[in-house]
Design a binder for this molecule. Structure first.
Ligand code: GTP
Length: 345
């Protein structure tokens, strides 16, 4: 599992916490990933860490998640997605033709891993990629396939994509293919390894399945994913409670007149006044005043939202103090050297 990226699109939250450890539906996002893998029989996960690697070992101390063995392999320098796979391969125990499943650590997916593995094994491919179909592929690189499901190209973002299939960030490799990835420099698996393999005539197979799929890499998709887990739109056995309109963790204090809806989350130690919190994630120890309205917001650890503020699609960094009466949308707010800094999208 690749978890070493800097998560720049989620700054300022990722300045302190790596993206895969940010709280999503009440637990670090990785806990949902681990639970899903445990539930389909995975017993050993290698985490390719880089950015803030020590925090992963702290949060999942002991290298065990409910019986799943966790192994941390850290790059000396960030090696990109391909370099991270090559580096982590040192901990593999598989034979040359055995399958190795690689996940992006920030994707929430309900696809059938067993079915992807079956396609990989029956097609005999070197690599099998999970692809999803999207209505508008212009924001993504697209991955066309032939009638047998074999990948024919990897195309960068374009105004008129030739296919609506995109790379969903879950790959099955034959172990020996991983040993062909260079280790001495950063490598992107998406931009370099896959196109080069194709050019060299390798068989890359597609597994197309459009079950629930979301890349939680942006503020909008993060709130969406967290909300979908809370409401049960996608199931997770790591959800700390029953699915519903909102998740309030033990130790939070919420005013009886507060309105918490659309899959909002209130973290441990947070205080919520008479506020309306709509599809937002309030991290531990944050404070939200009375008369506040939050829509699609992420409120960092220990942040304070002053009374009557109205915030929509805002990301508030850890410990930031927002004065009363602020009306803002599409902004990032954080504390820089004791000064509240605001940038608009
Ligand atoms: P952005 O900076 O917002 O694009 O996020 P990101 O750094 O996570 O990059 P991206 O979403 O493209 O990364 C896809 C997956 O690969 C994520 O799970 C990252 O944690 C992981 N990843 C990206 N670069 C590296 C790297 O150099 N080393 C390791 N170990 N993982 C990486």
């Amino acid at each position: 599992m690749l978890v070493g990226g800097q998560g720049t699109r989620l700054r300022p939250l990722t300045l302190t916490t790596p993206k895969p450890l940010l709280p999503v539906a009440g637990v670090p996002f990785l806990a949902h990933q681990f639970a899903r893998l445990r539930d389909v029989g995975v017993t050993r996960i290698i985490l390719a860490t880089s950015y803030r690697a020590d925090l992963f070992e702290e949060v999942f101390a002991g290298g065990d998640f409910d019986g799943v063995e966790l192994i941390f392999v850290t790059e000396a320098e960030p090696m990109g997605t391909g370099g991270a796979i090559a580096n982590a391969a040192a901990a593999l125990e598989s034979g040359p033709d055995d399958p190795v499943i690689v996940f992006n650590g920030d994707v929430l997916s309900g696809h059938d891993l067993g079915a992807q593995l079956a396609v990989h094994l029956t097609s005999g491919a070197e690599v099998t990629l999970h692809l999803v179909e999207v209505d508008d592929a212009r924001r993504f690189g697209c991955v066309p396939t032939d009638s047998s499901g074999r990948v024919t190209d990897f195309l960068e973002k374009m105004p008129n994509p030739v296919a609506n299939q995109i790379n969903a960030g879950c790959y099955i490799f034959k172990t020996r293919v991983i040993s062909t990835i260079p280790t001495a420099r950063p490598v992107s698996v998406e931009r370099e390894t896959f196109p080069n393999l194709l050019q060299a005539g390798a068989h890359i197979q597609a597994y197309v399945e459009t079950a629930y799929w979301l890349d939680l890499g942006t503020p909008a998709t993060y709130v969406q994913g967290s909300s979908d887990l809370v409401t049960g739109a996608i199931a997770s056995t790591a959800l700390p409670g029953a699915p519903g309109q909102a998740l309030v963790l033990d130790g939070a204090q919420v005013s009886s007149s507060a309105q918490l809806v659309d899959g909002s989350v209130v973290g441990t130690g947070a205080h919520i006044g008479d506020a309306a919190i709509i599809r937002s994630v309030i991290f531990d120890d944050a404070q939200v005043g009375s008369g506040v309205r939050l829509v699609d917001c992420l409120v960092g650890f220990g942040a304070v939202i002053g009374d009557s503020s109205q915030l929509e699609r805002c990301v508030i960094g850890d410990g930031a103090v927002i004065p009363a009466g602020q009306v803002l949308s599409d902004s990032r707010l954080w504390n820089q050297d004791g000064v509240l800094t605001i940038t608009s999208e």
